[in-house]
Design a protein around this ligand. Sequence first.
Ligand code: ADP
Ligand code: MG
Length: 605
Amino acid sequence: MIKVLDKNVADKIAAGEVIERPISIVKELVENALDAGADNLVVEIKNGGKTYIRVTDNGCGIPCEEVETAFLRHATSKIETASDLDAIDTLGFRGEALASIAAVTRTELVTKTADRKTGTRLVLHGGAVILKEQTGCPDGTTIVITDLFYNTPARLKFMKTDSAESGLIIDFISQMALAYKNVKFRLINNGKILFSTLGDGNRLNTILRVYNDVDARNMVPVSFKEDGIEIEGYISTPAFSKTTRGSQIFFVNGRVVSSKVIERGVTAGYKERLFEGRYPVTYLFLHVDPHTIDVNIHPNKREVRFDHETLVTDFISRAIRDALSTKDAVVDAGNLFRNMDKKISPSKVYERVFEPFREKEPEKISRKEDQVDIKQLLSTIENPASEETSTKAIHHEEGTGPSIEIYEPQLKPFDFSELEITGVIFDTYITAVDGSSFYLIDQHAAHERIFYEKLVGEYESSEKARQSLLVPLIINVSLAVSENHFDWLDALAKMGFTIDEFGSGTFRITEIPMFMELSEAEDFVNQFIENINDSTNLSNKVVIDKLIMMSCKAAVKANDVLRMDEIRALINDLSSCINPFSCPHGRPTFIRLTHYEIEKMFKRV
Ligand code: ADP
Ligand code: MG
């Protein structure tokens, strides 16, 4: 017999489609709060949201006579006719979120509009109203959801562990807090405040409050605009990177997206600045003409497709290079002393300065909950003891307490002319000072950078500055290499070598690039040829770049004792590099200790 389903059953089925897991509820409630004009939100969860979710806002509230209507399916204040659907600029408009949530949980709503003296409390179990009463409460709305899926136990087993569920929620609220920098967000997990933002519109400030592991001193601002595309945000300097892309967050027109096109742009922008397998931290906000993208909405991520993919990749890569090069991008040794405990031994100090640049074991990926810095929380959140699960908790004055001091990164480009060279230590590291800092410059890394840029520069320029050799260099190569010698001969010629075949498997070099020493030229060419194999495509510029990069290492010798005039020439050459602060392999050329950091180490400040 065909039966029309009872409303309760129909609601439960429909709810199952919309409400898959705790994050679905949190999303709907937060979007409703923002749609209600709130600029202060508290989100609290327990057990990954399975047993408890609270969202409190200071938005417009719901009038007493409309509270039940809000829980009816297809009840929405956001559209009236189908034609409105196109013009919708709110976050949700299907008008079924509250109905679906209520159907599979116990729900409590406490709400008040500004024009009324009292508010309303409505309690529903499995969608059925069991209590409605007047109540004193602040303006705005609190919704408390308990016992998710208590009446549809079969769904419980589709949920992941508490920490997996809370992870999704934490990520989502973190991203919302970044996107809505003018809205105060506070997130509480199992009674612990994870973060609270000030809603003061300051992007960096918001990032630092949400992501406790980000060090402001290693973040540089990005701001770039061209052909109707605009990007802003913050990215890490090469001194601060991760082993996964997990800390790369992209927003397109205000929404979080995942995009290979943007990722590629980021990778290209950091090219040569980071080791392979290291990923920068990026919070990038892209603004594009909505007609040039296609947004595909998956349950937990949005994928965006750009009409002009290479244009976007290239734009992002240039924006990043611009941010990294015009800003002060010297690795700050002081950063490495952050969290330094009082009784640290000199060898530990040494390790902290140099260890981060060695290749590392993949880091332990810690859960966001573990990263909460309680001390910071205590110093930044007034009266933490008063934070409770009460529906009124939000309405005491928030964010007025002492705020953390925000370090604004220096925007001044690094000035080489102020560097005063003071000496060399261990025959390897040049020491130098300027008005505010002490520097160690790795002579070998600096030399590699210069060598690399000069070779690439020669390769790309039409005029080659060559010097002829009194006695030609003779190079012997394997048969396989000499077989396809036209290609690599051509590549070397483009770099400023004059080279020709001398006999079978033997080649003669009569001219080398102007800037090279004889021994460097010999080592470079040998290494270059050795790195070529059958599959090397020598007409590809990226391949050539890589070959040059690999060969520089062999050509440039460590521990050469340099005279003072040679050191000056080296620093001078370095200053005209496009990318003076790291070697072609991504190691830093410079390490800085600020005057302040030094005084701190000696406990003078
Ligand atoms: P939709 O958001 O699609 O309109 P919902 O079921 O999410 O549908 O919400 C139904 C209605 O309840 C909303 O249109 C809005 O009028 C009201 N509402 C929901 N949450 C809030 C809130 N936090 N503050 C004020 N009004 C709200
Ligand atoms: Mg909604």
